[in-house]
Design a protein around this ligand. Sequence first.
Ligand code: UD1
Ligand code: UDP
Length: 376
Amino acid sequence: MRENPLVLHVLGARPNFVKAAPVVRALGELGVRQGIIHTGQHYDALMSDVFFADLGLPEPMANLGVGSGTHAKQTAALLVGLEEVFQEHEPDLVVVYGDVNSTLAAILVCAKLGIRSAHVEAGLRSFDRGMPEEVNRIVTDSLSDLLFTTSPEALSFLAREGVSPDKVHFVGNPMIDSLFSALPGLDPAPIVERLAIPTRYAVATLHRPANVDTPEAARELVDAVLDVSRQIPVVVPIHPRGRTRLAEAGLVDGPAVKVVDPLGYVDFLSLVRGASLVVTDSGGVQEETTMLGVPCLTVRPNTERPVTITHGTNRLVTPALLPAAAEKALADGASTPSGELPPLWDGAAGPRIARVIAAWLKGDNLAPASQGTRAE
Ligand code: UD1
Ligand code: UDP
C-alpha cells in the first residue's frame, strides 16, 4: 500500500448521499485521505445539492454529469466517466453504496482496472430479479473485496452466492447513523406550516419502476392513494421518475392530496417524524420509519429489508389492500413485533466501517463477522 493511500467514494443518487455521510465523516476523523466522485446520476438541486448541505458532505472532487438515460446508456456513460477518473486519481480503495446504477458501474470499472473496492450495504436481497437494483446488488457483491452488511441475514445470502465470509463485516446501518445525527433537528412544525397542511397527515413517496412506469400500474396505485386521502390528508413529495405518469393517472394537487417537489433530507424526515402514516416503495424510507416508530405501508410484493417487518413498523401491501391497511394502521398506530430496533442500528456503523477500512489500508485485516449479530 502507498504511503498515504487514497479512498474514493462513488456517489450518484439520493440514497447514496445519506449512506455515505457517516462513513466519510468517520474516515475523516481517522485522518484517511479521501474524496467523493459524484457521477451526476441525480442532478436536480433537490435530488443532490440539498443532501450535501443537509448531511455536511464535502464538495465532490469531480462530478461526471452522466445524467439520465436508459439503463444501457446511463451505465455506459458511468463506465467511461469512472474509468477516466480512476485512472487519473489512482485510488487505493473505492467505496460504493447501495444498489443504484452508479454503484454497479463503479464496481465493474474497479474489477477491470484491478482497483480494490468496498461495498456498503452488501448482501440485501429481495430475490426479485425484475428489480434493476437486485441485479446491481448481486453483481456488486460478487466483485467487492470488502463487504459491509447492515442486516444479519446478509451473511448467509452472500455465502450462498459464493462470497467468502472473510470479506464480510457486519457493521450496522449507516443510513440510520445519518438519521441519528439529524434527529435533534427534526421538527415537523415548520414544514407543516410551510406546506399549509393539517397537523394530522400521511406521507407518500413512490418511485419504483414496477409502480410508476406503466399507466396501468400508476393508475392502480393512484386510485389506492386517493382512497387513503379520503381517510387522512396525504402529502406526496414526488420523485422525478413518477411525476408525469402519476399525474396522468390522477395524482394532482388538491384539498386531500398535496403534491410537492422532492424535499431535502431534514425537511422530509421532519415531515415523516410528524406523520401518522407513511406509504412508500422506497428502500431507505422503510428503514427510517422503523427507526422513528411511524407506521409504514410498503407497496411492494417483497422487501430486501425484512428486519423492518420483524423488528419494525413496516408492512407489505398491494395497491388493492392499501386503503384497508391504512385504516388499520391509523387505528392501531405503530406496532413493532419484536419491540426492539434491528441489531446494530445504533448510530455507530460509520465508525465501524471506517475502522475496518483504515486497518485494511494498513495491511491488517480485522476479523470479519463470522456469525449472527457480532459487531466489528
Ligand atoms: C435510482 C435508482 C433506484 C433508487 C433511486 C433513488 C437505478 C437503476 N435506480 O432510480 O434504485 O431507488 O435512484 O431515488 O440506479 N430525474 C430527474 N432529475 C434527477 C434525477 C432523475 O428528473 O436529478 C428523472 C429523469 O427523468 C430520469 C428518471 O428520473 O430518467 C430516473 O432517474 P434514474 O437515476 O435513472 O433512476 P431513479 O428512478 O431515480
Ligand atoms: N428522501 C428525501 N426527500 C424526499 C424523499 C426521500 O430526503 O422527498 C430521503 C429519505 O429520507 C431517504 C432517501 O431519500 O434517506 C431515500 O431515497 P429514495 O427513496 O430516493 O431511494 P431508495 O432508498 O428507494 O433507494
